[in-house]
Design a protein around this ligand. Sequence first.
Ligand SMILES: Cc1cc2nc3c(=O)[nH]c(=O)nc-3n(C[C@H](O)[C@H](O)[C@H](O)COP(=O)(O)OP(=O)(O)OC[C@H]3O[C@@H](n4cnc5c(N)ncnc54)[C@H](O)[C@@H]3O)c2cc1C
Length: 478
Amino acid sequence: MEQAAAGHAVVMGGGVAGLLAARVLAEHDLDVRVLDRDELGHRHEDGARRGVPQGRHIHALLPRGRQILEELFPGLTAQLVDAGAPRGDLLGDTRVQLSGHRFARADAGLSTVSVSRPFLESVVRARVRELPNVTFAPACDVLGLTTTPDRERVTGVRVLRRADSSAEEVLEAAVVVDAMGRGSRTPRWLGELGYDPPPETEVAGDVGYATRHYQLAPDVLGGDWGTLQGPTPTCLRGGALARIDGDRWIVTLFGLLGDHPPAEPEGFLDFADSLTFPDLAQAIGAGEPLDEPVRMRFPASVRRRYEQLRRFPHGLLPLGDGVCSLNPIYGQGMTVAALQALELRAHLGQQTAPDPHRWLRRVAQIVDPAWDMVVGGDLALPGVHGPRTPKVRALGAYIGRLHAAAATDPELAVAFARVMALVDPPTTLLRPRVAARVLLGGRRAISLDPSRASRARGDQPSAAGGRATPRRNEEVRR
Ligand SMILES: Cc1cc2nc3c(=O)[nH]c(=O)nc-3n(C[C@H](O)[C@H](O)[C@H](O)COP(=O)(O)OP(=O)(O)OC[C@H]3O[C@@H](n4cnc5c(N)ncnc54)[C@H](O)[C@@H]3O)c2cc1C
């Protein structure tokens, strides 16, 4: 079945990046088709679907991501909360423990919701389905791209529907978005069309995840709805526990450089017990598991440098994990995809036809801060392979000191949380005022900014949250 390209857009992949791209494309005079190899009628209560195996694991929606989703789908936050998702502040309602330091508590103005990935995706997909010019083609494998005879322009996609006796079809489109995720075959397809594949940069953290759901008392964390702890140079393990939709808690444990959590229940608990701070293990130790632990391995953060290519076909716009797949312990992937969706809106608003090179440069600029943060964090851990430039080393040392100072300085804790949430750019952490506080070790030598101080709840964990005692890590200092 051949269809006219003009007036049609195709989104390859119906994950978070694809859904958000479809929402933005639908603002234009286009028939938008979202293609996915999965049956998208999957009930979110049944867990993650096959094409998104990472959906079985904790998926933090960073505050910037929530803001963008709210902008694209007005009322979405309330919809999620009404359906049972806890809402709160990233720092005020969650225990953040990085580099072996528990951050001082403060309301950071970083509101977000705590949801499972399948639930979030199903609600967003339902909102996209309501758009009159968007249709979904589930169980539809994209096999390749079609182009003009000179191969300068992508004119559509070749697909095969997963139905008996189906034959290959061509769907023509003026705009083709690649939202096929980390496993995107666009680099291979470019090679087949005579283009160079994108140069790739990898930083290999060799991360292992294990996740389990629990029934826990609502006040198991003293009123907080989550706890997060990152690895340190001497403890490559971490984990996160969060209350989510469905009146459940999700716990994800992770370890780097092969030190992976096991799926066997007793080993899972032992791994939790080995973390630097005890609150996660204490919470789940008293709880009732709802399922068996499941595992996933994430070998490396991968960045495809499409922006460095001299030749790239018109009509093709890559985004999401297909461009950059980030170590998930930083929880940035969906928010980076959301930032790219906003950029797509701006890009399409300014152009009569999308300009691939301009698009790829902008995508790279959006990815840069997240990539720098993730790679900087990973390379601060000995044993992680990747380019340790002098800049990476200096920033790693600085961020380590900032984390230490943030244990007693709420202003620093807020400043870092806002960057981590992708709300503020990383450069805010280098401002003289912040740098002075870091260098002074977070001592209150400089008075708090009154606007922040008025929001601060104090520089210690809330009484309700209790004070966790760091252990098994001699470098942990307060
Ligand atoms: C273990 C883990 C934990 C994570 N935790 C977080 C977190 O806490 N917070 C966060 O923001 N992000 C997290 N992420 C990242 C997040 O999952 C992604 O960044 C986000 O889903 C955006 O990805 P995407 O839409 O580009 O790709 P995906 O979500 O991977 O979607 C790709 C889609 O394309 C479809 N597809 C692929 N190939 C084809 C084809 N040939 N034909 C048709 N369809 C195809 C797939 O079926 C799938 O639906 C995590 C990732 C992992 C691995």
